[in-house]
Every structure is written in structure tokens, then in C-alpha cells.
Write a new protein. Structure first.
Length: 128
């Protein structure tokens, strides 16, 4: 559990610094990122990066807080709290609200545990 906690803490820091490249580094090359609330599925590092860059334009002050954590075999999950102001909208038909929100949810990760010397754990799927 300590390794996954450390990795998810680093993942949170990448989100809070709005570093799309760092976030994507946690995924396998064929990783999948699903934003359930937005109904958006991004496949592969290029699509995930493009999605994140747009996300950080729409929510330029986005912050992620990780709460509880679990790990079971090749799966991990965390209760999260997301906060941001909806200052821009890249999605046609969805107007900017200008309002700040705080959203409690869960993120589920499917993991690939490397057999290499660095024993890196990467995500094959993330349901946000």
C-alpha cells in the first residue's frame, strides 16, 4: 500500500501543478483516461494530454485532494475532492458559469505493476 500511496500523492501533485505531461507519465502508452462526469474517454498518451490541456484551460485553478485509498491486486481507488472555478468552456453548448464548485467523487485505477528493477506502477485505466 505504501508504494501506491506514494505514487498517488505524486499524481495529485501533478494535477495540482496542472502538469499534463507529468500526469500522462503515470499511464501506459495505451492507457485510458475516462472523465465520467464529462462523458469523455481519452485513449493513449496523446489523447490524454490533449484532454488535460483543455481541462486546465477550462478549470485554471483546479485542485485535487485525495482522501481515502484502497488497493486490491491490480486495482486502486481513492475518494477525491475536486475544486475549481468554471472560468472557460471548451465544450460547445456548455456555457461558462463563472462559479466555483467542490465535487466529491472517486477515482478508480487499473494498475500494471512492472517487473523491472524500479518496480514502477503505471495506470492502464483511470476512471475519474
Amino acid at each position: 500500500m505504501a508504494d501506491i500511496k506514494k505514487i498517488l500523492d505524486e499524481y495529485k501533485l501533478a494535477w495540482n501543478s496542472h502538469d499534463a505531461n507529468k500526469i500522462v507519465s503515470f499511464f501506459t502508452d495505451d492507457g485510458i483516461f475516462e472523465d465520467v462526469a464529462a462523458g469523455k474517454v481519452s485513449k493513449g498518451k496523446k489523447e490524454i494530454t490533449a484532454y488535460l490541456n483543455t481541462f486546465f484551460i477550462d478549470f485554471s485553478d483546479y485542485k485535487l485532494e485525495l482522501k481515502s485509498l484502497f488497493e486490491a491486486d491490480d486495482w486502486a481507488g481513492s475518494e477525491i475532492v475536486s475544486t475549481a472555478n468554471h472560468a472557460h468552456s471548451s465544450i460547445p453548448g456548455i456555457p461558462v458559469t463563472g462559479k466555483t464548485f467542490s465535487l466529491r467523487g472517486a477515482t478508480i485505477f487499473e494498475l500494471k505493476k512492472a517487473k523491472s528493477a524500479d518496480n514502477r506502477i503505471t495506470m492502464t485505466k483511470c476512471h475519474f
